[in-house]
Design a protein around this ligand. Structure first.
Ligand SMILES: *Cc1c(COP(=O)(O)O)cnc(C)c1O
Length: 365
């Protein structure tokens, strides 16, 4: 029996009847795109984020692209972390801006406000703060940095459903928050889906138009847009899972607490930190270990799935070579080769968590 790094099928097998009933109702209704299930999901997801507006779109990448299009970044620069999913960088380019990559804070693994400050310039239109692995980025510091400058702050919340900072959920802490519902995310659909969350009614309205050819209420294209809509079969499943999301994030946090407790007694593996007044959503539990490859092989020998996410900084991918040219990446370079993700998802059994804990307690360099 192996312990996978993620296993979205487990939840569906446990809730097969509810999923089938919800999808049968959609099929019966004959409403498949931006229908009643999508509208209900938008309202419920906005409430989950303590935000007035959520706009359902086709993917997390599209949520970020549409947020940036609505903020008119085309022709300018957008600063983001060099340590993120390539999707973040791809969305900036698709919105017509030049991505500018910045170093991270090695404790949070998120954008370093000081690094952002040194890259802000007359061409900067926005900063995308990625709440990587589920740890909220330094939104307050970043907001203060761009306040009054006309530079927008956008949250990439693709890994942070249910994370909080200062007691507030991520998503509507800045101009807009982009969520992904890719199947393995904290809230995952049975395919691609995403949402933009915002407190700004005007921005929500612009995203609603942009997701559908720039149409106004009469189907007249007032601006040029794209096609990126959520379908009702996904929304129906997301509504079922959203009702359980709070508990599911608590379970992730509980598993993380057990791993961190064990690692306090192992000097050779460093647990992820929780920096400041935050609630980590633990989309991924990523340790640091100087002998990372040995640890990975040891865990594989115990049938424990571990994985290197973002093994290369974005600027080392051939398509994006050179994007980090103007900045020091010393914090990222120092930890990049030692990062390893361990299994954390709500459906892990207690016996599986015990097995991982025993392996973490035993391994030494
Ligand atoms: C998953 C992810 C995305 C993209 O989401 P998709 O739904 O796969 O398009 C963007 N940013 C981050 C940080 C992600 O993890």
């Amino acid at each position: 029996m192996s312990i996978p790094i993620a296993d979205p099928g487990r939840w569906y097998r446990a809730h097969a009847q509810d999923v089938a009933a919800a999808q049968a109702a959609v099929i019966d209704s004959g409403r498949f795109i931006l229908g009643p299930e999508v509208q209900a999901f938008e309202a419920e997801f906005a409430a989950f984020c303590d935000a007035p507006h959520a706009v359902a779109v086709g993917s997390g990448t599209d949520a970020l692209t549409l947020s940036l299009m609505a903020l008119d970044v085309a022709g300018g620069e957008v600063i983001t972390s060099a340590h993120t999913a390539i999707a973040t960088v791809a969305a900036i380019e698709r919105a017509g801006a030049v991505p500018v990559l910045a170093d991270i804070d090695p404790r949070t693994r998120c954008l370093h406000p000081g690094a952002v400050e040194s890259l802000l310039g007359p061409a900067t239109r926005a900063v995308v703060a990625v709440h990587l692995y589920g740890h909220p980025a330094a939104v307050d510091e970043l907001s203060a940095l761009v306040a009054g400058s006309g530079v927008a702050l956008v949250e990439d919340c693709a890994q942070a459903h249910g994370a909080r900072t200062g007691g507030r959920p991520v998503g509507a802490l800045a101009a807009a928050g982009a969520f992904s519902f890719y199947p393995t995310k904290n809230l995952g659909a049975m395919g691609d889906a995403g949402a933009v969350v915002t407190a700004d009614a005007g921005l929500a309205d612009r995203v609603r138009r942009l997701r559908q050819y720039g149409w106004d209420g009469e189907g007249i294209s007032r601006v040029s847009g794209i096609n990126s809509r959520m379908d009702d079969l996904q929304a129906a499943v997301l509504r079922l899972k959203l009702a359980l999301l709070g508990d599911s994030v608590l379970r992730r946090r509980q598993i993380a607490r057990r791993y961190t407790g064990v690692l306090a007694g192992n000097p050779d593996i460093t647990a992820p930190a929780e920096v400041g007044d935050i609630e980590h959503a633990y989309h991924l539990y990523v340790v640091e270990c100087a002998a990372r490859d040995d640890l990975e092989a040891f865990l594989a020998g115990r049938n424990i799935g571990a994985r290197r996410y973002y093994e290369q900084p974005c600027y080392r991918h051939p398509a994006y070579a050179g994007l980090g040219r103007s900045a020091s990446m010393e914090n990222l370079e120092a930890i990049q080769g030692s990062l390893l993700a361990l299994p954390v998802f709500a459906e892990l059994t207690e016996a599986e968590v015990d097995t991982v804990c025993a392996a973490l307690a035993e391994w030494r360099v």
